[in-house]
Design a protein around this ligand. Sequence first.
Ligand code: SAH
Ligand code: SF4
Length: 398
Amino acid sequence: MSDSAPATPITQDVHTIPRKLPEGDGRANLIGMTRDRMREALVEAGVPEKQLKMRLNQLWQWVYHWGVRDFDAMTNLSKDFRATLAERFVIELPEVVSKQISADGTRKYLVRIAGGHEVETVYIPESDRGTLCISSQVGCTLTCSFCHTGTQKLVRNLTAGEVVGQIMLARDDLGEWPVPGAPKREDRLLSNIVLMGMGEPLYNFEAVRDAMKIAMDGEGIALSRRRITLSTSGVVPEIARAAEEIGCLLAVSFHATTDEVRDKLVPINKRWNIETLLNELREYPRLSNSERITFEYVMLKGVNDTDADARRLVKLISGIPAKINLIPFNEWPGSPYERSDWDRIESFADIVHKAGYASPIRTPRGEDIMAACGQLKSATERARKSRREIEAEAGLNG
Ligand code: SAH
Ligand code: SF4
């Protein structure tokens, strides 16, 4: 828990690097291309077959290892080839519109993507790691009743470039690209990724998969698949595919121990209920050669937080290598639930722990800047909503 009163958050506009979005000039953005796609692009640009492998590696490393945005800085490529690349391609990230820094060091970026839409990306520094929480969609098709994003309709899926671009813009902000000649840093500021921002990642499967493949590539950003966690509300038909094609760690928004309650909290449960979901999850660690599954469980006062719930939970998941992440509910303006009391959360955690499962209670981070999980919503949507609220209060609409 962050008990201390939050200091005034720092908000600043970020205009360090000009980042015009490549709308309209016809050049393709290299950011977001997988190795296969970049190879094809180089073939189209006339690179002869026998140079292809070398050129691809060079370009890949400039873009994803060194974080270079200017073809002229790619000094091991000939001037002519650099000019050819610049004619055909751009290297552009989504634009950071504003950055807020919480009293606890959490950073929230408001990120504008093509079409003028906005998503949020959150960086959470901890003593042993730095986690970036990234978004996969603008809004969400699902309508989990405790989630702020769920009150915003799906606007569109992010592209692979916009997903991996969030990692790259955070590395820009943290100043974390390697410097040629400097000793390699072992401690990474951005060491972990969680797909726990806006949207349901398994409803944007291909883009998320391609972006994570890029992030995992050893000659680029080089994050281990064990440091990437994808959180799903329970899109059962895509879970095995995620194991096979992405292979990262999996977290599941479980949140209830009966179908009756889960139907209300996570409405996708009406399509794939608890039993169907658990049957599918039993396969995941085997298919992905992966470690434990994280069961996320939001603590809602009087809704899902009894000792009986805790006992049912451990019974339900028995046999699945699991850890249970208890998330104190993060309130947002107009949210219909309250956070469970602290002693209730601890009592629940205790039962789960005694049954042999790790049961960490997630510390809410960045609450003073509305950056805690489940609070993300695009600022424009929020502004629109509050205008509506203001109008309602003034009796203007009815
Ligand atoms: N769509 C995916 C990932 C994004 S949400 C999913 O649902 O899993 C990331 C986590 O935050 C999920 O476990 C989600 O249920 C949880 N969450 C959403 N709103 C919350 C809130 N207001 N307080 C606490 N956790 C919340
Ligand atoms: Fe969408 Fe996840 Fe929020 Fe549910 S919890 S509405 S799936 S973002």
